[in-house]
Design a protein around this ligand. Structure first.
Ligand code: WTA
Length: 644
């Protein structure tokens, strides 16, 4: 924990959307009377029927219920598109393709026409208000059109990251009960094409029922075609009108479902609302990124993750901003791509993940220095704690020591940023997410679930009261919502993260306290990787833990026990790696596999992960109490044969 403090320059403060006194005054007001505060700020959206009730929320374990603006009606798409038609020539989306020679600008007027047509296509295919639509797409403008088109007709989208395997896709199609999958022929990334349509074909073989597809022609590559089931988007778009009336939805109607990993079981469908979510995404976007009308804002995330939902599409478009959408990867054609794109489009605000910064840092500073980054004025970070080395490199080489850095802590569940400096108001400390956003009441709890009163402390991070962007439920399983987030620490939203609070009240996230790991900023349940491994016919048992990894933040370390008589050899390790990639996707590919003829278990048969974590971290001097193990010699064996 470093004590360096970086205050914004006087010039930045002078033009900022909030300076220190404004932040403090607004924060005080927001927690003193949340209903009054959000009731006032809710007016920044266009409501078809204005709300009269603002906040009806309780974290009481027996009765968890979260509703904001519950009697109001609005349309999310109209708020992100139609509302800005007064200056329809403004660029809404700058799309930068994987191929550096290809980019295009889409004005708000063009966005309106495309989204309206798209919505009519959905209608024509029988999609109605409340129906779920799966989006499995590259980072192309059609991904934003599809999201907004669903919102326009009140359908609920569920985006599946295009890196997920056919099996993972099938799980989500089934889980959401979707009748339509929107996809593309292929997804170009880093100069290679992934066969998305072929993946959909495989997934739908497994899913029963009558699921249709709508296919974007992105590369023109060969695809198999089922005329009964498959439809080309470009053909359908020509047949429909470019006018589609936005429907009124209730503020509490779901806008989207996004599957995310937890510590147990299959990924859960996080449900976000229409009114509260949009308001929270828009407001955090404006204040945390200090957005002005002439900014060119770029968030490098993928729309398959929550960051892409809130900070590529919904927040920026609700604010009428210009948002960059990038199809490629940071290292193609070379490690200067991010900076080339910044220079090419005059990016002023840049938001990325520490894992990308570390990867580019390793390639050398020459790649940054080749490009003109003088337009940049603000930088952001998300996904995991940013280590001070990466922070300083980012600050010096990308930000030219003139751009504040906002380290934004939040989660799929929170809908938007909960802890982050407002860049003109709060001085940064490298590695700290600093202070809460308006309306957010972080608390640090001890292991008994008591709030720690002392300013300086360490414990688990929980939130004491609701904010409008909070998830509403787990799709189809409200009990799981309650038990995951409200049971262990009664009366609070439990984040799953540990944290420290320093003498200035700054929060420092120390990482997950559950069995969720963070690999290259992607969230993964170790249980998911374990169940993929044990699905292999030669595997009898598997235990998966995270370990520190220079670039990825955390790597995936797997201990695997084989069926009796199976030979433990290297060829099988390769086979298992490929197996997991097929079951989940390349992001879940094991970094290390260690053969484990035995796993450390308690006498009641519970695997002691604490010990496995220590061995993976190579901290075998501090294994702690091993006396409850059924067979302590197992540990000696694992240490002696530690892999990697
Ligand atoms: C971690 C991504 C430290 C954290 C928006 C959280 C962070 C999980 C930060 C959520 C940050 C995210 N500093 N840790 N600035 N941002 N995390 O759902 O462990 O993909 O619980 O949402 O990422 O990951 P998710």
């Amino acid at each position: 924990m470093s004590n360096d403090v970086f205050a914004p320059s006087a010039a930045f403060v002078a033009q900022a959307n909030a300076d220190e006194s404004r932040y403090k005054a607004m924060y005080e007001a927001s927690v003193a009377d949340p209903a009054a505060f959000w009731g006032e700020h809710g007016k920044r959206l266009n409501w078809i029927k204005p709300y009269t009730k603002v906040k009806s929320t309780t974290f009481d374990y027996h009765n968890v219920s979260i509703k904001w603006f519950e009697d109001g009606q609005l349309n999310v798409c109209a708020n992100c598109v139609d509302r800005h038609l007064g200056r329809g020539e403004k660029t809404a989306i700058i799309w930068e393709a994987d191929d550096p020679k290809l980019s295009k600008r889409i004005s708000y007027r063009e966005l309106y026409e495309n989204v309206s047509r798209f919505a009519n296509v959905l209608h024509g295919m029988g999609v109605k208000k409340g129906d779920r639509v799966i989006l499995y797409l590259p980072m192309i403008p059609e991904a934003a059109y599809a999201m907004l088109a669903c919102a326009r007709i009140g359908a609920v989208h569920s985006i599946v990251f295009a890196g997920f395997s056919p099996d993972a896709l099938a799980d989500r199609v089934e889980g959401a009960g979707a009748k339509l999958v929107v996809t593309a022929d292929e997804a170009p990334r880093g100069g290679r094409n992934t066969a998305l349509k072929a993946n959909v074909d495989k997934a739908l073989k497994r899913v029963g029922g009558d699921v249709k597809t709508l296919v974007v022609k992105r590369t023109g590559g060969d695809v198999a075609w089922d005329a009964e089931r498959d439809n080309w988007l470009h053909e359908e778009m020509e047949r429909v009108s470019d006018h589609c009336e936005p429907v009124a939805v209730n503020a509490e109607d779901p806008l989207f479902i996004l599957y995310t990993s937890g510590s147990t079981g299959k990924p859960k469908g996080v449900v976000h609302s229409s009114g509260g979510y949009l308001l929270y995404a828009a407001m955090t976007h404006e204040y945390v990124f200090d957005v002005k009308d002439d900014d060119v804002y770029w968030c490098t995330a993928d729309v398959g993750w929550v960051t892409g939902h809130s900070y590529i599409v919904y927040g920026p478009l609700a604010n009428g901003a210009t948002t960059v959408m990038f199809e490629g990867v940071p290292t193609y054609p070379d490690a200067g791509r991010f900076w080339e794109v910044c220079a090419k489009h005059g990016v002023t605000i840049f938001y990325t993940a520490p894992t990308a910064i570390r990867a580019l840092m390793a390639k050398g500073v020459e790649f940054v220095q080749k490009h003109d980054l003088s337009k940049l004025r603000l930088l952001g970070s998300v996904g995991e704690p940013i280590n001070p080395e990466a922070w300083h490199w980012y600050n010096k080489n990308v930000g030219g020591e003139r751009c504040p850095i906002v380290d934004t802590w939040w989660q799929t569940e929170t809908g938007g940023i909960l802890i982050s400096p407002l860049p003109g108001a709060v001085a940064a400390k490298p590695g700290s997410a600093t202070l809460p956003f308006f309306g957010v009441r972080p608390v640090v709890l001890d292991e008994k679930g008591e709030e720690i009163a002392a300013t300086e402390c360490e414990g688990v991070l929980a939130i004491a009261d609701s904010w409008p962007g909070q998830m509403r439920t787990v799709y189809g399983d409200h009990d799981r919502f309650v038990s995951t987030y409200f049971e262990m620490f009664k009366g609070y939203y439990f984040s799953g993260d540990g944290c420290r609070r320093d003498k200035d009240g700054y929060y420092w996230i120390t990482g997950r306290v559950d069995d969720v790991i963070n690999v290259s900023g992607h969230r993964m349940g170790t249980a998911e990787v374990e169940s993929a491994l044990v699905a292999h016919p030669k595997v009898s048992e598997a235990a998966v833990v995270g370990y520190p990894h220079d670039i990825k933040g955390q790597g995936i370390y797997c201990y695997v026990t084989l069926m009796d008589g199976e030979p433990y050899d290297d060829a099988l390790k390769t086979e298992l790696r490929n197996w997991v990639r097929n079951e989940i996707g390349p992001i879940a590919s094991p970094d290390v596999i260690q053969w484990a003829p035995g796993l450390p278990k308690t006498r009641s048969g519970k695997i002691m992960r604490r010990i496995l974590r220590k061995i993976a971290e190579n901290e075998t001097g501090s294994l702690g109490d091993t006396s409850t193990l059924a067979d302590p010699s197992v540990v000696e064996e694992l240490i002696a044969n530690r892999a990697g």
